[in-house]
Design a protein around this ligand. Structure first.
Ligand code: P53
Length: 491
């Protein structure tokens, strides 16, 4: 029993949060590059300059006004521009991952490294060759690449020229980029994910957009285009190489009812339909679920669907289902005074759980519940492609050595590994586990460096000071033992 032979142990990063090198190698900009750092309680801003020279700190999702241009403001810090310098240090990092025993490395290809403005007809060779080198080096170390094609980094020029994913033109631009990846890396990459946490488009609007009907209309339309783009990419990926395994990627916070009031049970189920099943059903089953009508009607959404879209969805279903799992949330129809906020969700506190320094409920049983319910629904192989504890780490000097005693992180991971093992014993077909930010990187939510997930520490702070040197945390040795024993030695 336990983890199957060949289980894919590894770790995950994304280009925009790991690479830096934002204006090197012919790369075009992404919105993230012009987004400031924040904290748990203060937001990140996207910054631009108006035609008359006025500097503006806008919301992360705001549109650029006519005549304005995106810009780094002198009094702001932009953590993603340098990130943890993975662009230059990838070989050193692959050595460390190989030392831990990684079987798989989840990374993303920066779209704007290959298509700087998104509209070019031929890719930027320097970008293409950069990733070829990365994949060859991973293979040389016996590490299988698991490649996300879009991880929150649509080229900024494309957002400006087309307006963003609400424009159908994005479908063709994305598919051209994906086709290049499938052709160029045929034989080097076998496992692909189309769009990272595709459901975030929907789940984040309550948080950022105030949940207006217009915000939902926009998000549902953008999602429809992303579904079609993803489904077309799946079809092309299969045609180019029948060995390609192409998956979806869905953010999966578990949602529980706060009480046994039937109204709470229903509210929690409806939330789960909206947050997880809406996207999962389209990508795995190739059709919109029955409850879509309820979701659309609630916000007067009129979806523009063109001829052929439904056929594309049906023909481009994914081979496996992957998800991120960090925490669970509680849903209730009752007034609650004891609330918690974390991972862009606000809700009642769960008295049975403890919370991270960023307010995320730590819930390994919720991972087992996810694995069992998702597998039961979809019956395709699963991978947990993000999981982990964002925490403050302290570097201490001991006998002339620098140490990071991150036992809190080991405790978190150990319980989640056990939850996966139980789910496997209960029949779930789980292929792999790639904890998030295996090397410290820039937090997506807050833009912080101090919110660290890694087995490998990176010497970098929130003002851009640090050597960028890599250090092995205690969790590094723990994970090495975990992998070597195929998940048995978790002490
Ligand atoms: P951080 C929220 C907002 C954006 C992305 O989050 C998110 C989430 C959490 O669900 O999801 C993923 O960095 C994402 C990663 C991200 C990770 O969660 O705010 O795929 O890019 O870094 C962790 O702590």
């Amino acid at each position: 029993m336990g983890f199957p032979e060949g289980f894919l142990w590894g770790g995950a990063v994304s280009a925009g949060q790991y690479e830096g090198g934002w204006n090197e190698g012919g790369r075009g900009a992404c919105r993230m590059d012009y987004t400031t750092g924040g904290t748990r309680t203060s937001p990140r801003y996207a910054t631009y300059v108006l035609a008359d020279g006025t500097e503006v700190k806008a919301g992360r999702e705001d549109r650029l006004p006519e005549g304005a241009h995106w810009a780094s403001l002198p009094d702001c810090y932009y953590p993603n521009q340098v990130a943890v310098d993975g662009y230059h240090r990838i070989d050193e990092d692959i050595e460390l991952m190989a030392e831990m025993g990684f079987k798989v490395f989840r990374m993303s290809i920066g779209w704007s490294r290959l298509y700087p403005t998104g509209t070019e007809t031929v890719p930027n060779r320097e970008g293409v060759e950069y990733y070829r080198h990365v994949f060859e080096n991973l293979r040389a170390h016996g590490i299988e690449p698991l490649v996300t094609l879009l991880h929150f980094d649509t080229p900024l020029a494309l957002e400006q020229s087309c307006g963003g994913w609400e424009n159908r033109a994005l479908i063709d631009h994305f598919v051209r980029f994906c086709t290049t990846c499938f052709m160029e890396y045929k034989g080097l990459v076998r496992y692909w994910l189309t769009i990272n946490e595709i459901n975030n488009l929907l789940s984040l609007i309550d948080f950022f957009g105030g949940g207006s009907d217009e915000a939902y209309q926009l998000a549902y339309q953008q999602l429809h285009h992303q579904f079609v783009a993803s489904a077309k990419a799946v079809q092309i990926g299969h045609a180019i190489d029948q060995d390609n395994m192409i998956g979806c990627m869905i953010a999966s916070a578990a949602t529980y009812p706060h009480t046994c009031d039937p109204a709470d049970i229903l509210a929690a189920e409806h939330k789960r339909q909206e947050n997880a099943y809406y996207c999962g059903d389209v990508q795995v089953f190739g059709r919109y679920p029955v409850f879509s009508k309820r979701l659309w009607d609630a916000h007067n959404v009129q979806l523009a669907i063109e001829d052929g879209d439904m056929d594309d969805l049906a023909a481009g279903t994914v081979d496996f289902y992957t998800f991120s799992y960090y925490n669970s949330n509680v849903v209730t129809t009752h007034e609650v005074t004891d609330t918690v906020g974390g991972n862009f969700q606000v809700g009642a506190r769960n008295e049975y759980l403890t919370y991270s320094d960023w307010g995320w409920a730590m819930d390994p049983t919720g991972l087992q519940w996810q694995l069992e319910t998702l597998y039961d629904r979809y019956q395709v192989p699963l991978m947990v492609v993000e999981n982990g504890l964002g925490a403050f780490d302290e570097v201490v000097e001991e006998a002339g050595e620098q140490r990071i005693h991150d036992d809190y992180r080991v405790d978190y991971l150990r319980e989640h590994v056990r939850a996966m093992e139980t789910a496997i014993e209960n029949g779930v077909d789980l292929w792999g586990y790639t904890p998030w930010g295996c090397i410290d990187l820039v937090s997506m939510g807050t833009g912080e460096m101090r919110k660290r997930y890694g087995f490998i520490y990176v010497d970098m702070d929130d003002e851009g000071r640090g050597t960028l040197d890599r250090l092995r945390k205690d969790s590094f040795w723990w994970y090495q033992r975990c992998i070597a024993s195929n998940g048995e030695d978790l002490a």
